[in-house]
Design a binder for this molecule. Structure first.
Ligand SMILES: NC(=O)c1ccc[n+]([C@@H]2O[C@H](COP(=O)([O-])OP(=O)(O)OC[C@H]3O[C@@H](n4cnc5c(N)ncnc54)[C@H](O)[C@@H]3O)[C@@H](O)[C@H]2O)c1
Length: 259
C-alpha cells in the first residue's frame, strides 16, 4: 500500500476530486479526515471508506470560517495522533464579470481559494515538523498557468495558489516538508458545470449546460474532460513517499491542454 499509516486531511472531500482522493488515499492505507460543508456528503464518503475497511473521520463545516479552517488540523491530530499530509483542495470559481463584478462573490472566492489554505497550512506546519516526509498539496487550475478570458478573477486567485505553493515549498524545505500544486484542466464534477454555465459571448449562449459540455469536448486534446480519479491519482503520487524529492512542483493534470 502506498500510504500505509499516513494520516491526513482532504478539503472539499464530499464531491469531485476531493472525494475521489479521500477514498483513494484510504484504500492505500491512509487515515483520512474528510472535510466539507456538505454534512450528508461527508457522512457518505466516511461510510464508503469505513465499509471498505479503511479509517476516516468526518469534519463538517464552512471553510470561509477561519476557526474551522484552523480546527480541522487539530481535530485530525486528536483523532489519529498526528498529520502527515493535507490536500487543501477547496476553491471557488469567483465572479465571472470584470465590469459589474460582484464583490461579495470575490470575497468568498478569496476565502476559499486563498485564505483557508493559508490558515490551515499555518496550523499544520508545527504538527508536520514532527513527522517524516510530510506533504502539502494544493489545487490551482490550468487558469493558474495561463490566462483565462472567461474567468480573470479565478485565474488571478489560482496564480496566487501557485505562487503560494512555490514560495512555501522553499520556505519549509529545511523542515523536510514538501509542497506541490496540481493544475487540473476541466474535470467532470459539479464545478465544471458552474464554469460552463457562465454567460459568455460565444456561440454557446442559450444552450443548456450538457449541450455546452458536449460542444466543448473538441477543445480537449484528449477529446474529453478528466475524471476525478485521474486527478486523485496525481494527488496520491505527490502526497506519498514516492514523491520524496518532488517539491515546489506545478503539475498540470490537463491532458496536454496547456502544453
Ligand atoms: N472541476 C474542474 O473542472 C476544476 C478544474 C480545475 C480546478 N478545479 C478546482 O478543484 C477544486 C474543487 O473542485 P471539484 O471540481 O472537485 O469540486 P466539486 O464541485 O465536485 O466539489 C466542491 C466541494 O466543495 C465543497 N464546498 C463548497 N463550499 C465550501 C465551503 N465554504 N466550505 C467547505 N466546503 C465547501 C462542496 O460542498 C463540494 O463538496 C477547486 O479548488 C477548483 O477551483 C476544478
Amino acid at each position: 500500500m502506498r500510504m500505509e499509516n499516513r494520516i491526513g486531511l482532504v478539503t472539499a472531500a464530499a464531491s469531485g476530486m476531493g472525494r475521489a482522493g479521500a477514498i483513494r488515499f484510504a484504500r492505500e492505507g491512509a487515515k483520512v479526515a474528510v472535510v466539507d460543508i456538505d454534512a450528508d456528503g461527508v457522512d457518505a464518503v466516511v461510510k464508503q471508506i469505513t465499509d471498505a475497511g479503511g479509517e476516516a473521520i468526518g469534519l463538517t463545516g464552512d471553510l470561509t470560517d477561519d476557526a474551522f479552517s484552523k480546527s480541522i488540523v487539530h481535530d485530525t491530530v486528536a483523532a489519529f495522533g498526528g498529520i502527515d499530509f493535507a490536500w487543501l483542495h477547496a476553491g471557488h470559481p469567483g465572479p465571472a464579470k470584470v465590469e459589474g463584478m460582484d464583490m461579495a462573490t470575490w470575497d468568498i472566492a478569496v476565502d476559499l481559494n486563498l485564505r483557508t489554505i493559508a490558515l490551515t497550512t499555518a496550523e499544520a506546519l508545527p504538527e508536520m515538523r514532527k513527522r517524516d516526509n510530510a506533504a502539502l498539496l494544493y489545487t490551482a487550475s490550468i487558469a493558474g498557468i495561463k490566462g483565462s478570458d472567461r474567468s480573470p478573477v479565478y485565474s488571478a486567485m489560482k496564480f496566487g495558489v501557485v505562487g503560494w505553493t512555490r514560495s512555501l515549498a522553499q520556505r519549509v524545505a529545511k523542515d523536510g516538508i514538501r509542497a506541490n500544486v496540481i493544475c487540473p484542466g476541466g474535470v467532470d464534477t459539479p464545478m465544471l458545470r458552474t464554469f460552463v454555465a457562465r454567460p459568455d459571448q460565444d456561440s454557446t449562449q442559450g444552450m443548456d449546460v450538457e449541450e455546452v459540455l458536449a460542444t466543448r469536448r473538441a477543445a480537449y486534446p484528449l477529446g474529453r474532460p478528466s475524471q476525478p480519479d485521474e486527478q486523485a491519482n496525481a494527488a496520491l503520487f505527490l502526497l506519498s513517499s514516492e514523491a520524496s524529492y518532488v517539491s515546489g512542483s506545478v503539475l498540470a493534470v490537463d491532458g496536454a491542454m496547456t502544453a
